[in-house]
Design a protein around this ligand. Structure first.
Ligand code: NAD
Length: 485
């Protein structure tokens, strides 16, 4: 049985109290690895090695030296691309091509933030003083210190490196707590870090769970200077409480209940293609995914039928089957949660346009966490499945009549992560985008990401923005130096 170890001070280690937990395959629920759970003293060791590294060779490197080493990290991920894809696919069951896209982004995250830190200036102000001699102010950026990085399972390498890339570019050290569901790529990245010469203690990985386990030990640790988190909103709230002790800053990327709005003048092919990805990519396990689609009434039936036809053509299957474009959900536990929403939709009177159950899978795959892609119509905006984040391959399609009405309905949620608008009317696109309460709005597209742009959620979907220069705000302390002349 494969063993996945913690990575502390550039060494792979079992948990100090020898505790392990099984990693089960989403494909058939069989155990594929034994994961070493980090104890409190392992988390202490990881944090103290990260703290020590701030004063060691890493802390003494110039920006240019750090940038060069991060480029090597990206190149080494690319060289070992197949290993990363295999690890990610084993943990998540996602199709190979989805994982390949995510692993490319995993490597890019190191180069993009290396470029940002190298190129972004700070500020300078001259000021008058009563003696007439004046003063000048300039700002310099310094690392925050040890950053705790707590990650989810839905895009493990991409979302982890989205935080580790900028944290290291800014000169911090990190202790990463990957999701208990997806420990392998974070562990593998340790080999890459060590092989390209990242000094001891800069990148550490501790495996385990949330409450009363590794996640809590890390986020309550007083030598962790800042915490960056991606995951569910209620976990984010628990982490914020933990961070309050010691007044440590948090960056939180959390859940969503994202709306797409399709106006009658939209290009139907563009809207349908984007909605297929936004509703069903990665089996609906994408934070930016669309679980509410609002369609202007004249286009409603046409769009429902177009999506139904495309969903019927989706091929559910194992990652090695290159014709498959939908894998299982991450776990049996998540499958049970998603199916409970499928049941609830019917109980509340939904019309099931397509799906709604578990696909028939052959042999031991029948034990996996598969669900059918599902479309509903017929419910009101306050139905349970239209309010709660489900995080599965499902969406409800609602008709609407006016622009003002749809803006109000799209915004009628506690979440505010992303939205997608489809229209060929430029004026309307700008007008509606400005009024949507979300951190990211796409027009005539979805998940088109320029990594230099701000990313984050409004309302209960997040606190803070990451991406490009925005990441620097979190991962550095901006210090003003005032010089009296
Ligand atoms: P989760 O909140 O259950 O877990 C995320 C991580 O937090 C895991 O590593 C977990 O072990 C850890 N954790 C749980 N409780 C903790 C605690 N009390 N203290 C410290 N750590 C704790 O989320 P998940 O199920 O892994 O991921 C799915 C969720 O992530 C969805 O809600 C999705 O919308 C959200 N998400 C958001 C974004 C974004 O950018 N906004 C991106 C991806 C996923």
């Amino acid at each position: 049985m494969k063993k996945v170890q913690n990575f502390i001070n550039n060494e792979y280690k079992d948990g100090s109290d020898a505790k392990t937990f099984p990693k089960l395959s989403p494909l058939n629920n069989a155990q594929i690895a034994e994961v070493c759970e980090a104890s409190k003293s392992d988390v202490d060791a990881a944090v103290s090695s990260a703290k020590k590294a701030l004063k060691g060779p890493w802390g003494k490197m110039t920006t240019e030296e750090r940038v060069a080493i991060l480029y090597k990290v990206a190149d080494e991920i690319t060289r070992r691309f197949e290993d990363f894809v295999a690890a990610e696919v084993a943990d998540t069951g996602m199709p190979q091509h989805t994982s390949q896209f995510m692993c490319v982004r995993g490597a890019q995250n190191f180069k993009i933030f290396a470029d940002v830190i190298k190129n972004v200036p700070t500020e300078f102000f001259e000021m008058a003083t009563p003696d007439g001699k004046g003063a000048m102010n300039y700002a310099i950026r310094r690392p925050v210190g040890v950053v705790g990085v707590v990650c989810p399972w839905n895009a493990p390498l991409l979302l982890m490196t989205w935080k580790v890339g900028p944290a290291l570019a800014c000169g911090n050290t990190v202790v990463v707590k990957p999701s208990e569901e997806t420990p392998q790529t974070a562990a593998l990245l340790g080999e890459v870090m060590r092989d390209v010469g990242v000094p001891e203690g800069v990148y550490n990985v501790v495996h385990g769970f949330g409450p009363n386990s590794t996640g809590e030990f890390l986020t309550t640790h007083q030598d962790v200077d800042a915490i960056t988190f991606t995951g569910e909103t209620r976990t984010g709230a628990a982490i914020m409480k933990a961070a309050a002790d010691g007044a440590r800053p948090v960056s939180l990327e959390m859940g969503g209940k994202n709306a797409a709005i399709v106006f009658a003048d939209a290009d139907l092919d563009v809207a349908t293609e984007a909605l297929m990805r936004s509703c069903f990519m990665n089996t609906g396990q994408v934070c930016l995914g669309t679980e509410r689609v609002f369609v202007e009434r004249p286009l409603f039936d046409t769009l429902v039928n177009a999506l139904k036809e495309k969903v019927a053509a989706l091929k559910i299957g194992i990652p090695s089957d290159h014709s498959s474009n939908m894998g299982p959900l991450i776990s049996k536990e998540h499958q049970a949660k998603v199916l409970s929403y499928y049941k609830k939709a019917v109980e509340e009177g939904a019309n099931v346009v397509i799906g709604g159950g578990v696909p028939k899978m052959e042999g031991d795959l029948a034990n996996g966490s598969w669900v059918e892609p599902t479309i509903w119509t017929g419910l009101n905006d306050d139905a349970t499945i239209a309010v709660d984040e489900i995080f599965g391959p499902c969406t409800h399609i609602f008709p609407f009549d006016t622009e003002d009405e749809v803006i109000e309905r799209a915004n009628n949620t506690k979440y505010g992560l992303s939205s997608a608008i489809f229209t060929s009317n430029l004026q309307r696109a700008h007008r509606v985008a400005a009024q949507i309460e979300a951190g990211v709005v796409w027009v005539n597209s979805w998940f088109l990401r320029d990594l230099r742009t701000a990313f984050g959620g409004a309302k209960n979907s997040g606190i803070g923005r990451e991406g490009g220069v925005h990441s620097l705000e979190f991962y550095t302390e901006l210090k003003n130096v005032c010089i009296k002349l």
